[in-house]
Design a protein around this ligand. Structure first.
Ligand SMILES: Cc1cc2nc3c(=O)[nH]c(=O)nc-3n(C[C@H](O)[C@H](O)[C@H](O)COP(=O)(O)O)c2cc1C
Length: 186
């Protein structure tokens, strides 16, 4: 087998879920940005990390109110995700241009997005600067999924949820099939 060098290492680490990060200012102005560099970190102390460029409006708002919601869109929101990821809240009020419905959160000030498959409410725990980015480590305060998308108790029915995956640039995808290893039980 022969391999070739990638100019961007992360192309081999995609596709990955893309989320809508919602933050707000001290005065209550709400902003939304798209982020695909997000990962769960620990279970015993539920935590996740998201890499946020230091030049985003989102990063500025996290200094004002260190709370956020992480909203998981389906493929149906691909246009909104693209817009949220290619415009800045510094220039435009995205809550006015995006076709998204916001609802009050339970444990944090930023609202969550009702049109999503599920969402997480989180508080900033630690910020790790790396080059042009801040890796925002957050405590997860709650996580919810749409009730009609649950499968066998606590699993998400991914065939129905069609969670949006970011492939590269303008390319997106979603899961169309699920496979299981031959050994062991499901
Ligand atoms: C699919 C997609 C994924 C993105 N992922 C990230 C990400 O993980 N981290 C990041 O800092 N920016 C990411 N961006 C870029 C931001 O969403 C973009 O800079 C946005 O304009 C920031 O908005 P704001 O200035 O209102 O915060 C992504 C954009 C797209 C379209």
């Amino acid at each position: 087998m022969s391999f070739v060098d990638l100019s961007n290492f992360y192309h081999i680490l995609h596709p990955r879920p893309v989320v809508l990060v919602v933050t707000c200012s001290r005065e209550g102005r709400v902003n939304v940005m798209s982020a695909s560099w997000i990962t769960p970190i620990a279970e015993d102390e539920p935590t996740l990390g998201v890499a946020i460029s230091r030049d985003t409006y989102t990063r500025k708002l996290l200094d004002e109110i260190p709370e956020l919601t992480i909203n998981v869109p389906s493929i149906d929101l691909v246009d909104e995700v693209w817009k949220a990821g290619t415009t800045s809240g510094r220039e435009v009020d995205k809550t006015k241009i995006l076709k998204l419905r916001f609802a009050s959160s339970e444990k944090v000030r930023p609202p969550h997005i009702e049109d999503c498959v599920g969402y997480v409410e989180a508080k900033v725990r630690q910020i790790v600067p790396v080059a042009e980015v801040d890796f925002i480590i957050c405590d997860v305060l709650l996580a919810r999924v749409r009730s009609d998308l649950l499968y066998r108790g606590q699993n998400v029915d991914h065939r129905k949820a069609r969670i949006l995956l970011h492939v590269a640039g303008r390319a997106f995808s979603y899961i169309r099939d699920i496979v299981y290893p031959r050994s062991g039980s499901r």
